[in-house]
Design a protein around this ligand. Structure first.
Ligand SMILES: Nc1nc2c(c(=O)[nH]1)N[C@H]1C(S)=C(S)[C@@H](COP(=O)(O)O)O[C@H]1N2
Ligand SMILES: [Mo]
Length: 201
């Protein structure tokens, strides 16, 4: 059966209104990492976890995660807070809303703190994990996710600035309150909606 294909609201909105304010399109995403050297990750040791305020915490190997959820394809724009955007990136992965249906958060208006293998973190309102275009991606442009773009797994949240699209992700911690992640601690916005230019606190 053909994979379900999702066109992100970021694409539709841009066709109707143009890009978010203060953004310029470039052809490919610029790689940003908060560490100098990203190690090679050992997939046999990898575990994907969801915990915190959920009815059913989740812990899966990489293979278990990929085989437990239906794969979808996503076409989405990508907006970095440093004012570059990339149109129509193609991702393949699992919809975070399906993962949320499985773990059943005990809070509606909560927050998620995203944990990455190299220590990066970011925070976002839980409601964004219920958006149809929020994915846990393992492919980009039809190919395995390149290491520099987040292999083995990347959270893709097109409706927020790209620092929320965490690379090398292993954990989603569901909270009833807001906590700073790496960039939020340095002054970046708790939510980060590009159309509202929520760049800084
Ligand atoms: N784990 C992790 N994810 C991250 C970052 C990071 O430093 N570490 N940088 C963020 C920022 S600021 C941007 S703009 C995008 C850049 O994506 P790219 O490196 O795939 O181009 O990744 C985001 N996700
Ligand atoms: Mo960024």
């Amino acid at each position: 059966m053909a994979k379900k294909r999702i066109i992100s609201p970021t694409v539709v909105r841009r066709l109707e209104e143009g890009p978010p304010p203060g953004q310029k399109f470039i052809p490919a995403p610029i790689v940003y990492d908060v560490v100098e050297e990203v190690p090679d990750w050992d997939l046999s040791a990898y575990r994907f976890k969801v915990w915190g305020l959920v009815e059913r915490p989740l812990e899966l190997t990489y293979e278990e995660l990929l085989s437990s959820f239906e794969p979808v394809e996503l076409v989405a724009d990508f907006h970095c807070v440093t004012r570059w955007s990339v149109p129509e990136l193609v991702w393949e992965g699992i919809q975070t809303r399906k993962v949320m249906e499985r773990v059943k958060p005990k809070v509606k208006e909560g927050w998620v703190l995203v944990h990455c293998l190299e220590g990066y973190t970011t925070s976002l309102p839980l409601r964004y994990l219920f958006e149809e275009d929020s994915l846990l991606a393992y492919k980009m442009m039809g190919r395995p996710l390149p290491k520099r773009h987040g292999f083995p797994l990347r959270l893709v949240v097109p409706q927020l600035y790209a620092w929320k699209s965490a690379k090398y992700v292993w954990g989603l911690e569901i909270l009833d309150h807001y906590e700073d992640g790496f960039w939020e601690r340095r002054g970046y916005h708790p939510v980060g909606d590009p159309w509202k230019e929520e760049r800084f606190k």
